[in-house]
Design a protein around this ligand. Structure first.
Ligand code: ASC
Length: 158
């Protein structure tokens, strides 16, 4: 095939990047993987907490905060979370603690489904929050809470 030099170069770079991304995910050290997944969960929780407090009536409802935080959660949930659960990252790595349960590595399909359920629920919350309807936001926050709880019950040490 007669490709321009630049195109060949771009293809090589793209292939190299894709290959190293896979290799990186596979070779992630347990402490790095645990740190990564805890960071993702923490950022999601930090954004969820004010929305939860608004819905409970603990703080005044603020549609702008709901919209901003929901968009952030939908975005962060797209991080490749499953790559942060490599084999061997099921127990504390020195100072780096984990509450991950062995079921994560036994029921991998169910775990993947839960990740997708989270992404779907957060995507919907971001959509609903865009509209600013307090009742609709409240209902979808409830759905997100259920998804969080269901996964934590099955796959996280309480
Ligand atoms: C949070 C948080 C969770 C969920 C969960 C909802 O703010 O950190 O894990 O909400 O408690 O049931």
């Amino acid at each position: 095939m007669k490709l321009p030099h630049e195109l060949k170069l771009a293809a090589c770079v793209a292939l190299g990047l894709a290959t190293s991304a896979v290799a990186y995910a596979q070779s992630m050290k347990p402490e790095d993987a645990i740190t990564a997944r805890r960071a993702v969960m923490r950022v999601i929780a930090l954004n969820f907490e004010p929305i939860g407090a608004m819905i409970k009536g603990d703080i005044p409802f603020d549609a702008a905060v709901a919209k901003t935080n929901a968009a952030r959660m939908a975005s962060v949930s797209q991080m490749p979370l499953q790559a942060y659960f490599p084999e061997g990252s099921d127990s504390n790595a020195g100072e780096v603690k984990t509450r991950a349960l062995p079921e994560i590595w036994l029921a991998t399909e169910e775990f993947a489904e839960q990740m997708e359920a989270m992404r779907h629920a957060l995507e919907k919350l971001a959509e609903v929050a865009q509209g600013g309807d307090q009742g609709a936001i409240k209902a979808q926050v409830g759905e997100v809470g259920k998804v969080c709880k269901s996964c934590h019950d099955d796959f996280r040490n309480s």
